[in-house]
Design a protein around this ligand. Structure first.
Ligand code: FES
Length: 101
């Protein structure tokens, strides 16, 4: 299912935006002009990744500090051990279009 999760201009470079669709929360990030979308649920205990601190392409969970690469969802720092799910993003007419399952 393709879903529009907002406008590209609403996602700050080097930052995050919290969005949701169908009552499910997602986190958008912009790094190097490119937008990435992850589940907004840390795989440790469910912390909201869109409220974390982004450094380069690494987001740090605000709850216990797990770190994930927003370009892939891979874990780069504990305590989380499982990757967070990431979704393909396309920008169409300035809209963030995400391919959701
Ligand atoms: S919930 Fe994210 S590190 Fe614990």
């Amino acid at each position: 299912m393709r879903a529009v999760l907002g406008m590209e201009s609403e996602v700050p470079e080097g930052g995050a935006k919290c969005v949701s669709t169908n009552q499910r929360p997602y986190a958008l990030f912009k790094v190097g002009g490119k937008v990435y979308c992850l589940d907004n649920t840390c795989t440790h205990l469910g912390g909201p990744l869109c409220q974390g601190r982004l450094q380069g392409s690494i987001i740090q969970c605000p709850w216990h500090g797990s770190r994930f690469d927003v370009t892939s969802g891979n874990v780069v720092g504990p305590p989380a051990r499982k990757p967070v799910r990431s979704y393909p993003v396309a920008i169409e007419d300035g809209k963030v279009v995400v391919e959701l399952p």
